[in-house]
Design a protein around this ligand. Structure first.
Ligand SMILES: *[C@@H]1O[C@H](CO)[C@@H](O)[C@H](O)[C@H]1NC(C)=O
Ligand SMILES: *[C@@H]1O[C@H](CO)[C@@H](O)[C@H](O)[C@H]1NC(C)=O
Ligand SMILES: *[C@@H]1O[C@H](CO)[C@@H](O)[C@H](O)[C@H]1NC(C)=O
Length: 346
């Protein structure tokens, strides 16, 4: 108590505020899926939420999901979304969608099921399920769960149990309230995995708009989606460690789409073999793009790529919104984890 008398009052106030509010310097949040035990031993670590400064420096682990096990077995994660209003962070993990504060404190499971991805729109959470091919939504506290759409294209229970029986399932999602819901439609059917599509359906109130449109076909495992101005950006994850992987975009059609949309490549592994190819001493591996985050104000974006194999590789790559000025800002998986989700915090 005594020492306080020597501290100017405004500094005491400043430190109280600093403790109450999360540091608001712009940064990136990373959903790290973690590294599990392999037949050839590698370092394992838990699924985590990490923070990376937007210049690639100074990483911090904010939260570790799931209870620690002797071998640090991760519970896995697929996706992250920030609510900029409440500064809550939602991560889709193998044990459900878990909410924390932006600093990783106050964990709470809001949706007790695993999801392929999670997004926020109009004050609700939307997520995709792989097993039964559904898009669901709920209030931010997990109440009022609804089926937003059944995109399964049918269920096939005759294939190997535990494998996804939905013929197709949603991966990435983008929801624009009172406009459209977009999803990456991935296929589980034999010979169809490489033919992922991006679809949308109107969610406006007018009934005559309720048709489903196929916007893009032949994507090798379409992943995360984001609407950025007039564009829809999408990740092509690639199925295998040597499959094509890229971030692409197209202009969102304003009216019902009858012609194929024109696709632009923002970045692809084949354009930058020096960034995306690593040799683990057995094979040449292509790092797979899993996620991206956008700073619309400063017209920058970051791509997260990883190769979760015998040896783990992971990179965060910064560029302009058109794919210009590409630079790797961090390539140390011990710092950035195995990044499967990225969010930018202003
Ligand atoms: C999360 O919060 C609960 C209490 O609600 C606690 O029991 C649990 O240990 C916390 N940590 C993790 C990693 O889930
Ligand atoms: C989704 O649709 C498929 C048919 O396309 C059906 O078999 C399945 O039961 C539906 N799922 C739900 C939860 O309604
Ligand atoms: C890919 O999927 C689309 C939409 O379902 C379909 O029209 C097209 O025939 C498929 N292409 C191949 C090569 O299977």
């Amino acid at each position: 108590m005594h020492s306080v008398q020597f501290v100017p009052a405004f500094l005491v106030l400043a430190s109280v505020i600093a403790q109450k509010l999360p540091p608001l310097r712009d940064h990136l949040l990373i959903a790290d899926t973690g590294v599990g035990h392999r037949s050839s031993p590698v370092q394992t670590w838990q699924t985590s939420l990490r923070r990376l400064e937007s210049d690639g420096s100074s990483t911090r682990t904010l939260f570790e999901y799931g209870n620690p096990t002797p071998q640090n077995q991760p519970i896995g994660s697929t996706s992250i979304v920030l609510d900029p209003e409440t500064l809550s962070v939602y991560v889709a993990t193998g044990q459900g969608i878990i909410r924390t504060e932006i600093d990783g404190s106050g964990n709470e499971t809001v949706i007790p099921e695993s999801a392929t991805s999670v997004v926020l729109a109009g004050g609700r959470l939307y997520w995709g399920t792989m097993y039964d091919g559904l898009i669901k939504s709920a209030n931010l506290d997990g109440t009022d769960v609804k089926m937003a759409r059944n995109v399964s294209s049918g269920i096939n229970y005759n294939i190997i149990p535990s494998y996804t029986p939905a013929i197709s399932y949603p991966d990435g999602l983008a929801v624009v309230p009172r406009d459209f819901m977009y999803w990456s439609s991935s296929n589980s059917g034999i010979g169809q995995v490489e033919n992922g599509t991006i679809k949308r359906i109107s969610i406006s109130l007018s009934k005559e708009m309720k048709y489903e449109e196929i916007l893009v076909t032949s994507v090798n495992m379409p992943g995360q989606l984001r609407v950025v101005g007039p564009w829809l950006y999408f990740v092509e994850k690639g199925r295998y460690s040597n499959s094509p992987t890229s971030l692409k975009r197209f202009k969102i059609p304003l009216a019902r789409n009858r012609d194929p949309v024109a696709i632009e490549t923002i970045i692809s592994a084949s354009q930058f073999p020096e960034i995306f190819t690593e040799n683990d001493k057995v094979d040449k591996l292509t790092l797979s793009i899993k996620s991206f985050a956008v700073d619309t104000e400063n017209k920058r974006l970051w791509v997260a790529a990883e190769s979760n194999s015998r040896i783990m590789f992971a990179k965060i790559i910064e560029m302009g919104l058109d794919g210009e000025d590409v630079k790797v800002i961090n390539s140390d998986p011990k710092q950035i984890g195995i990044p499967v989700g990225l969010e930018y915090v202003r």
